[in-house]
Design a protein around this ligand. Structure first.
Ligand code: TXA
Ligand code: MG
Length: 354
């Protein structure tokens, strides 16, 4: 289906999920990419806004479509872990990480080769490399024959899209094609690490490849302070993305910290006096008013909560509440990634109950 939004430059071709695996569609998408066009494709984390990683012009188009500052570098997506050597200088630590976690939701920062233009890396000498596991993503990169540079397919300042409808909300008329791959499995962006030398990495962005999983493969894993805390004034970020304002809903998001029953009692009281949206645990649904209620999964199911976070934040924000409440997630395992995204969306607003 092709639609053209008023005032927007492109007629976007929408590919249904049923057709997303067809070789005809993938050839057409690869052709668009090789000619310098933009294709949104599904990955196991979030949707990516793809262009030819070796083309300066394509990367500039990505920044324009996203409305993103061009010094915030892009991740390049490869079909096989060993393809990294074509675009970057690999090392034994990369090879160990690749063997353990690729294809999958891990991005590794490596020194870049000349084939990757500075427009793709925001002027940096390093490049972020990721080999996604989603079959449509891999087939597309393979068909394209070149790495695909892709940030998350949201307009800058919106949450990353985890389904094709959210992509269409942000990108219709700004890209050549959107491939629907259904709901993304993980729902949070990939883990990003920088290699610091032999057997040492710094975790720049937590994701589904957890700190503990990294520690099984690399002896020294440092968590960058900006993962958990606000970047201090004048502090130079290790990753340019750290310095940008992340998605923040129009209504203030407040994270509640305390005993489960105290937090639930607080929510019940707040619902009586305020127009509040609540991201609650499934177990709490029957105790709360149903208006603007967004169940995120069971309290102990962090994977379920990660998967729906961005969707619920988009929906809750659209309902125009006075305030959005959610539980403060734990920082262990995948919880660290959830915490990292939520604390930023909340602009670090945590309320201790009682
Ligand atoms: O799961 C993901 O990683 C998704 C899917 C589409 O693959 N992509 C994604 O891209 O989240 P994006 O552009 O939204 O986030 C990339 C992050 C940015 O914060 C950027 O600053 C950082 O990666 N980054 C990219 N290249 C870098 C580099 N050379 N050095 C340090 N940080 C880098
Ligand atoms: Mg992003």
């Amino acid at each position: 289906m092709t639609k053209q939004r008023k005032g927007l430059p492109l007629k976007t071709l929408h590919i249904s999920q049923d057709a997303s695996h067809s070789s005809e569609v993938l050839c057409r998408a690869a052709d668009i990419l090789r000619r310098g066009g933009l294709v949104v494709f599904p990955t196991e984390t979030v949707y990516g806004l793809g262009g030819d990683a070796t083309s300066a012009a394509s990367s500039q188009k990505i920044y324009a479509a996203k409305g993103r500052p061009s010094d915030n570098p892009l991740i390049i997506h490869i079909a096989h872990p060993e393809d990294a050597a074509r675009y970057a200088y690999v090392c034994p630590t990369y090879e160990r990480l690749a063997k353990a976690f690729m294809p999958g939701p891990l991005t590794v920062i490596l020194p870049k080769r000349d084939i990757v233009p500075p427009e793709t890396t925001g002027g940096l000498d390093s490049v972020a490399v990721r080999c996604p596991s989603h079959p449509v993503a891999r087939a597309l990169i393979e068909a394209c024959g070149v790495a695909i540079a892709a940030p998350s397919a949201n307009r800058s300042g919106k949450p990353s899209p985890t389904c094709a409808a959210h992509v269409a909300d942000d990108m219709d008329g700004l890209v050549d094609m959107i491939i629907d791959g259904g709901e993304c499995d993980i729902g949070l962006e990939s883990t990003i690490v920088r290699i610091d030398g032999e057997d040492a990495v710094t975790l720049l962005r937590p994701g589904a490849i957890t700190y503990d999983a990294l520690c099984m493969v690399v002896s020294h894993v440092t968590i960058a302070s900006a993962v958990l805390e606000k970047l201090a004034e004048n502090e130079r970020p290790l990753s340019p993305g750290m310095k940008y304002r992340h998605y923040a809903p129009d209504a203030p998001l407040v994270l509640l910290d305390g005993e489960r029953e105290d937090v639930l009692a607080f929510l019940c009281e707040e619902q009586k006096s305020k127009q509040c949206a609540v991201l609650c645990y499934d177990e709490e649904v029957s105790s709360l008013e149903s208006a603007m209620l967004y169940p995120v999964g069971r309290a102990d199911d962090i994977a379920a909560q990660a998967k729906v976070l961005f969707r619920h934040l988009r929906d809750a924000d659209r309902a125009s509440p006075d305030v959005i409440y959610a539980h403060l997630p734990p920082r262990e395992g995948l919880g660290l990634a959830l915490y990292n995204r939520m604390i930023r969306a909340a602009a670090f607003a945590v309320r201790r109950i009682p």
